[in-house]
Design a protein around this ligand. Structure first.
Ligand code: HEC
Ligand code: HEC
Ligand code: HEC
Ligand code: HEC
Ligand code: HEC
Length: 541
């Protein structure tokens, strides 16, 4: 216990001396709570809680060493600014407290730590005792923004933000076999989210095996240099030393291994099947040198200690050799990466929305279908390579998003004249007239739209299955669509059949265009009412 531990504590002490004088020029008075807030969110809230009450999502994994409630005026009033500065810079050890409070002095500048002190002070100030005013963006808008819906959709006032990690270094970072597996069945890597406390996650694209392999090949072909891993096996005792250092640095405060430990960072039990040793070593030495925004603290380990911890984490043998790259797959993968909209979440400047415009969703889609689709997206547009990924939404999240999307109205929808609005179940005669109109004899909708039979031509030319449309579209939207599809979707291939009073077939419903549009609407609705397409499971199964 004595020897190595003494060295470590001394190391921290020396470093502490280095920080405090450098910071002497600055004081709490120069700290700015507004600058401190985002730092707090990135590095501290996972343990101390969004409002500072010590109830962050990682707190329950810390056993008896609970994070301090930073809103408690009695306790906080007894702490001087310099004391707070020192705990933040040097960790819980600076007050003979818990090692689960990590040292941040190598991750943050002294000025940033003062910003944090100022922010923490505001948390326990009496004025803050009342809850912060609400009235900002709705819960639905926040959720849609955190999940990255705007990566693929134009959607009411939401800006696109990169909600996922940078993928340009995957080649030096992860194992190919893991990557293919992950793309086929994504799961949470960072339990607290890639952006701490955001609900961002990697959605499931329902990729085929070949698609996942091609995407992996592309990611593994990206230019970043690949470091050489340690080629000799670790010297005897190295793994043991690593285990000891792992305990001493309190890595367990944030990482679980073999079932125990925090959930602020990734589970480190299976790291040998996921990461590469050389990358891990470099990351442990200085996480912010690898990713400036990484929430993982720079713990000031020397190369020797980082190597020992890496040996411990990878104990169990070297990773399997990688198969030879397949350059053809890489270029197929790049095309897929683009067309699936991966870059929308993973920061790619050449970004174009790949999903439909969602601005008028509340006037377009039936709530019931929308709710099913959000939980279990299905294909609507057969010609798109892009697809709506599965976000594995919880019931609560699906409900919040449903409320948000249902509230996105199209101002033009209000202009639909009363006589064209849907009232109740249409008369059978209307449905019949609509079926005739849609048939090959007249407007031949099935030459593009999927249905009982497949349309002619290539799948890229096909249009949605009208049996699904009847289930998902609101009646009044169908009328507006049939009247003028180009106004709702500029550039669509759907023809405008009813451009003027002479455009409809003469021998149906007296050639009256309005009645013909209503008949087509009723026909499409009747298709939806008869349930799913034959041979296909109904939604939700
Ligand atoms: C892994 C969880 C964890 C993270 C992340 C964390 N803390 Fe802590 N923090 C703790 C624990 C545990 C304590 C209690 C230490 C003790 O009293 O023994 C604590 C205590 C504190 C205290 C009280 C010190 C005192 O004087 O009693 C302050 C201030 C503090 N943390 C600030 C921060 C700031 C600022 C950050 C982000 C830069 C942060 N913490 C990140 C776990 C964490
Ligand atoms: C990777 C791109 C991508 C992301 C991210 C994405 N979508 Fe989609 N979404 C699509 C595509 C592509 C379609 C069209 C699917 C089809 O028609 O087959 C779609 C369709 C939809 C539809 C049906 C719209 C219509 O008019 O048919 C809704 C609603 C929707 N998405 C909501 C969401 C929400 C909410 C989120 C965030 C939780 C989201 N999408 C995130 C790509 C995406
Ligand atoms: C305050 C919490 C915290 C502490 C303490 C901490 N980490 Fe981390 N660690 C994280 C977070 C958060 C991430 C994810 C960071 C990212 O993606 O940039 C991470 C990422 C990692 C990774 C990369 C994992 C992956 O799958 O991508 C390794 C390896 C790692 N940490 C090892 C350690 C070791 C070893 C220690 C102790 C010496 C330690 N960490 C201490 C929070 C922490
Ligand atoms: C809606 C946003 C979103 C879209 C679209 C998206 N991703 Fe992700 N992706 C994420 C998030 C968030 C994570 C981090 C997950 C975690 O840490 O739990 C992630 C993680 C990953 C990872 C693991 C990275 C690592 O090393 O930690 C890979 C690889 C990846 N995505 C590839 C892709 C590919 C390929 C596509 C397109 C098929 C794609 N992503 C589309 C949000 C997205
Ligand atoms: C030349 C091909 C073509 C023909 C013929 C055609 N459509 Fe379409 N239709 C499309 C395309 C393409 C879309 C998808 C629109 C888009 O998203 O750009 C579409 C969309 C639709 C939609 C919305 C579907 C949804 O679920 O979002 C309806 C309803 C519709 N068409 C009805 C009809 C009817 C009724 C007829 C016959 C009177 C018809 N279409 C004939 C190409 C066609």
């Amino acid at each position: 216990m004595r020897g190595p531990r003494g060295r470590l504590v001394l190391g921290l002490f020396v470093l502490g001396l280095g920080i405090v004088p450098a910071a002497a020029a600055l004081t709490a008075a120069t700290g700015d709570p507004e600058r401190g807030e985002p730092l707090y969110r990135r590095h501290c809230a996972v343990c101390h809680g969004a409002a500072g009450q010590g109830d962050g999502p990682n707190a329950s994994f810390l056993d008896d060493d609970q994070p301090r409630d930073l809103t408690d005026p009695r306790y906080m009033g007894g702490r001087r600014d310099e004391q707070l500065f020192r705990v933040i810079a040097e960790g819980g050890q600076a007050i003979q407290g818990s090692r689960f409070m990590p040292p941040w002095g190598r991750t943050l500048l002294p000025s940033q730590i003062w910003d944090l002190v100022a922010f923490i002070r505001a948390l326990s100030a009496p004025a803050r005792a009342s809850p912060p005013p609400t009235g900002g963006p709705s819960a639905g808008a926040v959720l849609a923004s955190e999940l990255g819906c705007a990566a693929c959709h134009r959607i009411g006032g939401l800006e696109r933000v990169a909600v996922g990690p940078d993928l340009r270094a995957e080649r030096s970072r992860v194992q190919r076999a893991w990557l293919v597996d992950f793309l086929r069945a994504p799961r949470a890597i960072r339990p607290a989210g890639y952006r701490p406390l955001w609900r961002s996650r990697m959605p499931d694209f329902r990729l085929s095996e070949e698609e996942a392999a091609a995407l992996a090949e592309y990611l593994m072909s990206r230019p970043e240099r690949e470091e050489k891993g340690p080629d000799s096996p670790p010297p005897p005792g190295e793994v043991e030393r690593g285990r000891d250092l792992f305990r001493r640095h309190a890595c367990r405060a944030c990482h679980s291994r073999e079932g125990a430990g925090g959930r602020a960072g990734p589970d480190l039990s299976t790291i040998a099947g996921r990461l590469k040793p050389a990358w891990t070593l470099r990351f442990l030495e200085n996480p912010q040198a690898v990713d400036p925004l990484s929430p993982m603290p720079h713990l000031g380990m020397g190369g020797d200690d980082a190597r020992a911890i890496t040996s411990y984490l990878f104990d169990g043998g070297p990773p399997p050799p990688e198969p030879a790259p397949d350059p053809g797959a890489a270029s197929r993968g790049e095309a897929l990466f683009r067309s699936l909209g991966c870059g929308g979440c993973h920061d790619d400047a050449r970004h174009e929305p790949v999903g439909p415009d969602l601005s008028g969703t509340g006037d377009k889609l039936k709530a019931e279908w929308l709710s099913q689709f959000l939980r279990r997206p299905d294909r609507v547009r057969p010609w798109l390579t892009a697809r709506m990924p599965d976000f594995r939404l919880s019931d609560d999240e699906a409900r919040i998003l449903l409320g948000f999307l249902g509230g996105l109205r199209d101002p033009a929808a209000a202009g639909l004249p009363e006589r064209l609005r849907f009232r109740d179940v249409p008369p059978e005669a209307n449905v019949h007239a609509g079926r005739r109109l849609a048939s090959r004899e007249f407007l031949s909708c099935a030459s593009c739209h999927l249905g009982e039979d497949q349309p002619e031509g290539a799948p890229e030319e096909w249009a949605p299955d009208l049996r699904i449309s009847g289930r998902r579209l609101q009646p009044d939207w169908i009328v507006r669509w049939l009247h003028d599809p180009r106004r709702l979707a500029p550039g669509t291939k759907m023809p405008t059949y009813f451009s003027d009073a002479a455009s409809g077939p003469e021998d149906i419903l007296d050639g009256d265009e309005e009645r013909q549009i209503l008949a087509l609407r009723d026909y499409i609705l009747s298709l939806g009412a008869t349930g799913g397409a034959p041979g296909k499971a109904p939604p939700g199964h």
